[in-house]
Design a protein around this ligand. Structure first.
Ligand code: GAF
Length: 383
């Protein structure tokens, strides 16, 4: 992959590029908690976007998307939306750098990778944060890591127009081989938890569906959560987010809350608690207990937060009682994409076979299987 991207760079441009690897991510537990100022537990993975990139002496930016065989050009000082949706993830980053008051020159860039699009593995954050990281280094912009995370998130929120939380860009920059990260999305502190269990694999089953509801429902969930906060705040003025709300407070306010909003808030409060308990299980090296919290998370996402879909539910149901499976749940925003599964190595083949056969029978769609390993966050791999 890296060689083909470099070759393309040599074909299109002059000189020697820097190579940057920018990973996708998994999230073990803690879904839809980031924008509620709660906790998440993601890890950067081996699937990644690779950049071959070199500064220019003028203000011209030449982008080439290797996987799509498409190009886009613009001037650093003339940033506007592209009709090519992929280009907006990159232009948004340049736009944010411009807004920060830092100055960059143009650059030549070929990028491509193996993060499946629409699978919930955060290919868009990989593109944004990877480019922010690369430009920070190429032009000595002096952003620290957390500033890069926020810049990449703003590119997505403001330029691409998706109101995502901070998890995906954060793990992209801070990921560390062999570790999951417990991120406190309120303080933006983090803690590494080693996640290398002999004989156990992190396996993703891709539904290969991506229901169009995803972004409208995502924004709707955000609104429902803040509507809940607004009501509970009337009694508890110090409340700023669902992170500050306990189940007792929620129960006290149940009569004032619409039934749907109550369910959404309950899920978020419980998911935060589940995540903290799951981390205690990790500290005890107890994957069985950890896996039970994953199932609990899926139930909540499916029944209370209602961001699952029949395909995701079925993939979790298929593995739930199978030998060798510790835990499974839907992952990411929902309405399609992947489930994440912890499976004993010696059962990975048989469980995958079983899942693929049954999923195909039920939905007529091939489920893809990715066995992932936990890798570093974005890094320069060739100078
Ligand atoms: C998407 C968003 F981009 C994240 O910020 C997060 O909210 C996630 O959905 C749900 O946990 O990946």
């Amino acid at each position: 992959m890296i060689d083909s991207i470099k070759e393309k760079f040599y074909e299109l441009f002059e000189g020697e590029p820097v190579i940057v690897r920018s990973p996708g991510r998994v999230n073990l537990i803690g879904e839809h908690t980031d924008y509620n100022m709660g906790f998440v537990l993601p890890a950067a993975i081996d699937k990644a976007v690779y950049y071959a990139i070199k500064p220019r002496k003028d203000k011209q930016v030449n982008l080439f998307a290797f996987d799509l065989n498409e190009e886009w050009q613009f001037e650093v000082d003339e940033v506007r939306k592209s009709e090519k949706s992929w280009a907006n993830y990159l232009i948004g980053v340049v736009d944010q750098i411009n807004q920060s008051g830092r100055e960059i020159m143009g650059f030549d860039c070929v990028f491509g990778g193996n993060i499946p699009i629409g699978a919930g593995l955060s290919s868009s954050a990989a593109i944004e944060a990877g480019l922010a990281y690369a430009l920070n280094n190429l032009f000595d912009l002096g952003f620290d890591k957390i500033e890069l995370v926020k810049l990449a998130q703003r590119a997505e929120n403001q330029f691409v127009g998706v109101q995502c939380g901070i998890m995906d860009q954060y793990i992209n920059i801070f990921g560390k081989k062999g570790n999951v990260l417990r991120i406190d999305c309120r303080s933006l502190d983090y803690e590494y938890f080693p996640f290398e269990f002999d004989g156990v694999s992190v396996v993703l089953f891709n539904t290969n569906v991506s229901h169009s509801l995803a972004s409208s429902e995502y924004n709707q969930r955000r609104k429902e959560c803040s509507a809940g906060v607004d009501i509970i705040k009337q009694k508890y003025p110090h409340i700023e987010s669902l992170r500050d709300v306990t189940l007792d407070m929620l129960e006290e306010n149940k009569d004032q809350l619409d039934g749907v909003i109550y369910k959404r808030c309950k899920y978020v409060i419980e998911e935060n608690e589940r995540l903290l308990s799951a981390c205690e299980a990790l500290n005890k090296n107890d994957l069985r207990e950890f896996g039970q919290f994953m199932y609990g998370s899926h139930q909540g996402l499916s029944k209370e937060y209602e961001v699952s879909c029949p395909e995701l539910d079925y993939l979790v149901e298929l593995v739930a009682d199978r030998e060798g499976v510790y835990g499974a749940r839907m992952m990411g925003g929902g309405f399609g994409g992947c489930t994440i599964n912890l499976i004993e190595n010696k059962y990975v083949d048989s469980v995958s076979q079983f899942v693929k056969e049954n999923y195909k029978k039920k939905f007529g769609i091939e489920a893809e299987v990715y066995i992932t390993s936990i890798n570093n966050g974005t890094e320069i791999i060739e100078l």
